[in-house]
Design a protein around this ligand. Sequence first.
Ligand code: UDP
Length: 398
Amino acid sequence: MAAYTSTLSTPRRRPRAALRVAMLAPPWITVPPPGYGGIEAVVALLCDELVARGHEVTLFAAPGSHSAADVRAPLAGTHADQIGSSLYESDHVSTAFDAVEQAAVRGRPFDIVHDHSGFTAAAMAARLSVPVVHTLHAPFNDETRPFYARHGHKVRLVAISHSQLEQAPPGVQVADVVPNPIRVGDWPFCADKDDYLLWMGRMDPDKGAHRAIVAARSASARLVIAGPVQPGQEEYFRSEIEPHIDGRDVSYVGEVGGTRRKELFAHAKAFLMPIHWAEPFGMVMVEALACGTPVIAFPEGAASEIVLDGENGFHVADEQGMADAVGLLDTIDPLRCRKSVASRYDVALVAGAYETVYHKVINTNAGRTARSARHSPPSRHRGVLAGPRRPPRIQHAR
Ligand code: UDP
């Protein structure tokens, strides 16, 4: 097993010293998101909870964002249709970094930067004197592995699931696992289900809306599909999804938000998760479960840990297995579904886990700074966590 700390299992402690946290959201969508936006939902919850626990949080996010934290918008507009554009991401990050540096110059330095924004901040983290915690929101794959092999040492990497951690390449040190949060009390619990299955997400073949259609057909069950068709997904939607929409057996309700989204989750008989990719977390699963809705999933990525086979849903191998599991839904207790989320992913647990991470990083950084001041000349090239190079840790491939 890889060397990491499962920070959630840390026993509760007394409140610790208040920290000054610079939280870096992605620049594309407001915090909280009006509809689609898993990372933005995570950042929204975390900021509110950290402020409630007495920390001073500054949130750098898309304009129009709202939070209990002090919100700053480095860019003039949102860019939901240009997710990943280096022009906007580098502008957003560099402007936020300028503000972090200015805070130090004014004698009010941040204690920690917590980055959720993509790749630029991690790559450039060595520019800052403040330690940077980088939550891994993307899977380790052929594109991201070389990036983290080169730049991962500049930040404290936090995985959002154990399965994501296990895919870290050799030499990339992921020190903590902190799952994404949900405020369970914000989600309506419903034990009395309507007669439909639900699929919700972005229209990406990896997420498998087309496989959900096959499974629902095979189970002779109604299916509701929700989610945005993002740029680049039009052809998949046109060819694989649209031809099956008849408003009766298969309905498409577009991108949903607010109460409508919660009601859809709460009243569904089950949530379908027929993924074919290493899902790093998958907020839709915990949202469904929080509402007392079982999840039937292909156990890939974090679906294998969020869904507890036979307890809050089922692990199935294919579309036919998914259809067969629909017949077993009566054996799943909706209350147990909700509890399986409250006990593992509630925002109070997650914020407490991040407090632990922040303090570990700050202490490590302070120790390093003191040691390097005593023993070595300053180096422009050192990452905040660099110090003497650590030996690579062995990670087990899946
Ligand atoms: N979502 C939403 N409306 C939609 C589709 C999705 O609000 O029409 C939300 C969904 O509830 C979840 C997030 O978008 O909070 C998607 O996050 P997830 O981790 O499931 O997927 P990913 O980040 O990989 O797209």
